[in-house]
Design a protein around this ligand. Structure first.
Ligand SMILES: [Zn+2]
Ligand SMILES: [Zn+2]
Length: 312
């Protein structure tokens, strides 16, 4: 299995001179098995270029596409109306999302393409869109891919995915805050309320379920939006730091951590510093830390393969 990053930013796209090397498009990852079967994770603005590539590869023929959404914040769905295969008659696009969001997912996606916002409403698009609910912990097979949804701590909830295929395994963990404030049920301002005992128990259970799902994965792509200084100012926004991601990954024995969902304000030079700092820190914790950039493809190693000294 390998994964290719088409969008690595959080919040909103930031194309421009200061983001040329790491990229300015929002969340989107293409996943390929050894037989080149495909699944797409998140549909931020990076999806547009991926869709163009997929349409070229198919020669304009209809196909079936699976899109796993972490949640429906703009930076994770804004590419959907610009996904070229949606305009090829006979194509089916299956969209998977969190139970609470998916209850109205057709209306959510339909809403962003209402005629006030977009010239082609969802019901007029030639492809057939099918919406499916996912539930944390309930595995499903999408062709060759075994997909396990994981509950995350983000305003109104978000879903991570562990994806297993070809004897290799990786996880997509975005968007999520660490597990010391309740964010997943409500608007982020409510996360500032003092914690009850039940809250503490629920957060601890959420964190241990995440660590348990990450055990045995080779690579974790993780929301590391904030530096520690920024996190201290915005702890209720629903995002993590590389330190918090490293803590979880080291505990779960993850081989490689990929820093992802970069803050839109981080320039290429700042990203270089972050990448160097955490590559060094990762070495001290036995985790290879790499920083996602647009266009990067990573091969996912075999589960349980012995670690060669200095190997990725
Ligand atoms: Zn996001
Ligand atoms: Zn979000």
């Amino acid at each position: 299995m390998d994964i290719t990053f088409w969008g690595v930013r959080g919040s909103y796209p930031v194309p421009g001179a200061s983001t040329v090397r790491y990229g300015g498009q929002t969340s989107c990852v293409e996943v390929r098995s050894a037989s080149r079967a495909c699944v797409i994770v998140d549909a931020g603005t990076g999806l547009r270029a991926l869709g163009n590539k997929l349409a070229r590869e198919s020669g304009g023929a209809p196909g079936n596409y699976n899109v796993l959404l972490s949640h429906v914040h703009w930076d994770h769905v804004q590419g959907l109306p610009f996904f070229s295969p949606a305009y090829i008659p006979g194509t089916t696009i299956s969209v998977y999302a969190l139970l609470t969001a998916a209850n109205e997912l057709d209306q959510v996606v339909g809403g962003i393409t209402r005629h006030e916002f977009f010239p082609m409403p969802l019901e007029a698009v030639p492809a057939s869109f099918q919406f499916h609910q996912v539930e944390p912990g309930v595995e499903r097979m999408l062709g060759e891919f075994k997909v396990t949804p994981i509950a995350l701590n983000h305003p109104f909830g978000s879903i991570g995915y562990r994806i297993d295929a070809d004897g290799s395994s990786w996880a997509y963990v975005s968007d999520t805050a660490p597990f010391d404030q309740v964010l997943h049920k409500q608007h982020f301002l409510a996360g500032l309320e003092p914690l009850t005992t039940d809250d503490r128990t629920a957060l601890a259970a959420m964190r241990s379920a995440l660590v348990a799902r990450l055990r045995g994965v080779h690579t974790a792509v993780y929301d590391t939006h904030f530096t520690p200084d920024e996190y201290a100012r915005f702890p209720h926004y629903g995002h993590s730091t590389p330190d918090q991601a490293l803590e979880v990954c080291a505990e779960a024995g993850v081989r490689r951590l990929v820093l992802y969902h970069h803050a839109p304000s981080h320039t290429d030079d700042q990203m270089d510093q972050i990448a160097a700092t955490y590559a060094a820190l990762g070495k001290t914790r036995g985790v290879d830390v790499v920083t996602a950039c647009e266009g990067m493809t990573l091969a996912i190693g075999q589960v349980g393969a012995p670690r060669a000294p200095g190997a990725a």
